[in-house]
Design a protein around this ligand. Structure first.
Ligand code: AMP
Ligand code: MG
Length: 334
């Protein structure tokens, strides 16, 4: 089951959490760690720790129109999402409108990021997953245009190094989780460890099956530590992937993007879709739900992602810190 966000961006949120293993623990069994929250609260405003109730995250607003949010605890399949969807904009009005609308969302993100950075209490982690050519790089480039690079860290996760493989699977991701005041972007993420790892049979099934719960616990830890997590799955069709691969072959300036390995992976299209469905179903939690973005149309995709990020930052309501006392009397010497 999924929540389709309507034109007004509102959607009914399920008020019942299912009893899958991914939900029972992280959702509501454990009280929030007040000690961890105290660190964030000590540093400034908003001393109330968000309780991770099984029903909803205290901050997360609905995603932008057109985005499909996977209902925690419900079954979900990507087959239920039309990758051509545009969030209610029709094609004629869309092109011109989208450009202006995107500029508006970027401006919101930029202004709110400045506050988040100045406040230095909380962080935002934006996770992107997609099949090869799904548009992760393009979305990051477009949506974060204009953001102060100092307040933003983008990490692209590749095949793990020997050093990374010697550690637990979450080690390299945890080390790159955004610190206070930062927006962190994961271009691929800890989800690869239940996606490519599963499809290519890189670890035993019992090992990757255990990881869904571990991922939910990891994300819960980050959330309790003051990080808001936004997870976007960019959903393209198999035909669209073919066109994008062909475009890379046809244009010399895009040759560098063509990876013959993508053709090998394409043969496992169905296995990837199954792995995606499972990850989206098992790891959509009330505190870190998955958002599926119809991504065949790049302009619509960018707009949906940008608006969701901007709305989330706005709901976090970051504040400039209180000025120090006594600034009025200070004179800067010549
Ligand atoms: P790209 O993002 O296209 O540059 O490619 C990165 C490659 O690294 C992709 O083929 C991913 O499937 C692969 N990759 C990323 N994370 C992992 C992981 N944890 N285990 C194995 N392969 C991975
Ligand atoms: Mg690639």
């Amino acid at each position: 089951m999924a929540r389709k966000n309507g034109k007004d961006g509102k959607g009914a949120r399920a008020d019942k959490v299912g009893e899958t293993t991914s939900q029972a623990g992280p959702g509501g069994d454990h009280p929030p760690s007040s000690a961890r929250w105290a660190r964030a609260a000590d540093a400034g405003a908003g001393s109330t720790a968000p309780s991770l109730s099984p029903h909803r995250h205290p901050v997360l607003p609905p995603a932008a129109p057109g985005v499909v949010t996977v209902e925690p605890g419900q079954g979900f399949s990507l087959r239920s999402v039309d990758p051509d969807a545009t969030g209610g904009l029709d094609k004629g009005e869309a092109k011109g409108h989208a450009k202006a609308a995107l500029a508006e969302q970027r401006a919101r993100i930029k202004a709110l990021q400045e506050r988040l950075y100045a406040e230095r209490r909380r962080s935002l982690l934006v996770v992107f997953q997609a099949i090869d050519t799904g548009g992760k790089d393009g979305t990051i480039r477009s949506v974060l245009e204009g953001v102060n690079p100092q307040g933003c860290r983008v990490w692209s996760f590749k095949v793990p190094s020997a050093e990374e493989l010697d550690q637990d699977f979450l080690w390299r991701y945890h080390a790159r989780a955004p610190g206070r005041g930062l927006i962190g972007v994961f271009n691929r993420s800890h989800y690869e460890d239940v996606l490519v790892v599963r499809v290519k049979d890189l670890v035993p099934e019992a090992t990757w099956r255990e990881r869904y719960g571990l991922i939910n616990d990891f994300e819960r830890l980050l959330t309790l530590s003051g990080t808001v997590i936004l997870k976007f799955f960019l959903h393209i069709s198999k035909d669209e992937q073919k066109e994008r691969l062909e475009a890379r072959l046809a244009d010399p300036e895009k040759h560098w993007k063509f990876d013959p390995a993508d053709l090998v992976e394409r043969k496992s299209w169905d296995a990837y879709q199954t792995a995606f469905d499972d990850a989206l179903t098992r790891c959509s939690t009330p505190y870190a739900p998955w958002h599926v973005v119809p991504a065949n149309r790049k302009w619509a995709r960018n707009l949906m992602v940008a608006k969701t990020i901007a709305d989330t930052l706005e709901a976090m309501d970051p504040q400039f810190p209180e000025p120090r006392a006594g600034l009025d009397g200070i004179k800067v010497p010549d």
